[in-house]
Design a protein around this ligand. Structure first.
Ligand SMILES: Nc1ncnc2c1ncn2[C@@H]1O[C@H](COP(=O)(O)OP(=O)(O)O)[C@@H](O)[C@H]1O
Ligand SMILES: [Mg+2]
Length: 338
């Protein structure tokens, strides 16, 4: 990467949303703010940077990017969705690959795997990584074949979209009601899996080949009395007035005995490799009886300064700017540019 090289900060800009709940719009709009932080960091690192919103259609995005030189422009891909849909996130890295651009983060293929919770879990199982037992429902019919309590999630969302206190169910009646809600509201099948009552740990990782972990984050639920309410609902992430937002204690590094710490990190690294992530990732885990169940793999972790990955880096002694520099270096190196 040369002096005159240009870093394009590509981010999803969605002002339409055709499904889900109205208050969830905030999660879509938010990536523009993150892009500003990335832009500031990249500029401070001494690169020329340009913000490029990814909106419209894939064809119009292609036209917009086509004017940049593949040799001179390197893309920092921060598109966590496209056209208002999380499921379309993989179309962006897939396009970049087809166009011959080099970019940070995972390929279209790995992104597609991670954005579909069913496909992701299947891959984890194939690779021997523990994940809660699950079943997919496209309509409210029949009983859950594993153990209650169960949690119901839209199969292709993230950012806790469609997750609230009604997501955890203890019998078939509640199950059917919630499946109907998810299918109708989110226009997609419902993934039902065993609800793991245990600690919630999140591991930020980076690297290619040799993958390293940052200090582990714990969402400490010790002040939330009901175990069926110990989860990261949409409100707990986005609504400062909500009970869970105010009650869950964020800790980093998570207080873990060395043996537990090792198991959690190993599961996270195994998950990262199982889906073939590149450069960075974050793996969400529920830990119970010495087993680290992988519940979610984020191929593009939230990079706003106050979120998990950057805070975890910060606690590991790496500033936001250094973190951004490291992500770029990892991808340059992977592309043979340095
Ligand atoms: N199997 C499970 N057992 C217990 N809690 C779960 C389980 N699956 C999800 N959760 C809770 O729901 C939250 C959101 O689920 P997750 O799969 O991470 O979806 P998202 O992609 O929206 O982040 C998790 O952070 C966790 O608190
Ligand atoms: Mg998650």
């Amino acid at each position: 990467v040369e002096e005159e090289s240009l870093i394009l900060i590509l981010y999803s800009q969605d002002d339409t949303m055709d499904h889900g709940a109205p208050q969830e719009m905030i999660a879509f709009q938010y990536t523009a703010t993150v892009a500003d932080h990335l832009n500031a960091a990249v500029t401070k690192l001494g690169y020329h940077a340009e913000l490029v919103p990814a909106n419209g259609t894939i064809a119009s995005l292609r036209r917009k990017l086509d004017k940049y030189s593949r040799d001179r422009a390197f893309i920092f891909n921060n598109c966590d969705g496209f056209g208002g849909k999380n499921i379309n996130a993989s179309r962006v890295p897939a396009l970049l690959g087809r166009m011959g651009f080099k970019f940070t983060g995972s390929t279209g293929e790995a992104t597609a795997l991670c954005t579909n919770k069913k496909r992701c879990k299947k891959r984890l199982i194939e690779c021997g990584v523990p994940t809660p037992r699950f079943q997919l429902f496209s309509k409210p019919k029949g009983d859950f074949k594993y153990d209650y309590p169960a949690i119901i999630k839209p199969v292709v969302e993230d950012a806790s979209m469609g997750i609230d206190l009604e997501s955890v169910v203890s019998n078939m009646e509640q199950l059917h009601k919630r499946i109907a809600y998810v299918v109708e509201r989110y226009q997609q099948p419902a993934l039902v899996e065993e609800y793991i009552i245990g600690r919630e740990l999140s591991v930020s990782l980076w690297g290619n080949g040799e993958v390293t972990t940052l200090p582990i984050v714990e969402e400490d639920y010790s002040k939330v009395e009901n175990p069926l309410e110990q989860l990261l609902t949409f409100d707990s992430k986005w609504n400062p007035d909500s009970y869970l937002y105010q009650t869950i204690i964020w800790r980093c590094p998570a207080p873990l005995a060395p043996e537990d710490d090792r198991r959690v990190r190993e599961a996270a690294i195994a998950a990262y490799k199982a889906v073939g992530l590149r450069d960075i990732g974050r793996v969400d885990i529920r830990y119970r009886d010495g087993i680290a169940y992988v519940i979610d793999i984020n191929e593009l972790p939230d990079l706003s300064p106050e979120s998990g990955f950057p805070r975890s880096a910060q606690i590991g002694g790496i500033s936001y700017e250094q973190m951004v520099g490291r992500i770029l270096d990892l991808s340059f190196h992977r592309e043979g540019l340095r």
